[in-house]
Design a protein around this ligand. Structure first.
Ligand code: GRF
Length: 200
């Protein structure tokens, strides 16, 4: 059984979908801890599913390296096979990536490499894109630059707002994430192989 730690900052609706999938008897992964950089709204899902939670409070970018060290300590206590960033609004410090790569995934509400960064949905609308999408990637030291494991297009509608477009993207993100975690758990997807292939 693959053990997963999920890191969030916000509502955790994608986390909720993963928790629901992982509660099914035939799903080959379990969420063993939920962490955040603040008292996130999404912790309600941790409580609902009886999953341990931890907070490593963000204390500003000057303390980023210390935050990373604290996060490593919290994760080391759990020793997850996989870490999923599901709406964590912080760039992982290099020490965290070095410790856990390639076993860190991120979900992103755009068809990478289009629209990386924290405002992907807003940026797609501002660019007048007719399609955007959802991606699940391996986390590296860049901003949404790691190898893509799964992605799918989502159409932009003429009357879309950031909220309406994001609401259509999120179900796609959830489906891709649940499938990618399953494929990793059953050995269909080898993160070390994907990462080394991307380097060559
Ligand atoms: C998702 O679109 C995720 O990709 C982005 O933030 C959103 C998180 O939503 N980085 P939620 O907290 O899962 O509802």
């Amino acid at each position: 059984m693959l053990t997963v730690a999920v890191l969030i900052s916000g509502a955790g609706s994608n986390l909720r979908a993963l928790l629901e999938a992982a509660a099914l008897p035939d799903y080959p992964a379990r969420v063993v801890a939920i962490g955040a950089d603040r008292e996130a709204e999404g912790f309600a899902h941790a409580e609902a599913f009886g999953i341990p939670r931890f907070v490593v409070p963000w204390r500003g970018s000057a303390a980023r390296a210390d935050w990373g060290d604290e996060l490593i300590r919290a994760l080391d206590e759990v020793q997850p096979d996989l870490i999923v960033l599901s709406g964590l609004m912080r760039l992982l410090p290099p020490a965290v990536v070095a410790r856990y790569a390639p076993c860190i995934l991120n979900t992103h509400p755009a068809h990478l490499p289009e629209f990386p960064g924290a405002h992907a949905v807003r940026d797609a609308l501002a660019a007048g894109a007719s399609t955007t999408g959802a991606s699940v990637i391996v986390v590296d030291d860049g901003v949404d630059t790691g190898p893509v494991l799964a992605q799918e297009r989502v159409s932009v509608h003429a009357d879309d707002t950031e909220q309406s477009l994001h609401a259509r993207i999120k179900p796609v993100e959830r489906r891709l994430l649940i499938d990618v975690v399953r494929r990793i758990a059953v050995g269909e997807l080898d993160l070390a192989a994907v990462t080394s292939a991307a380097r060559t």
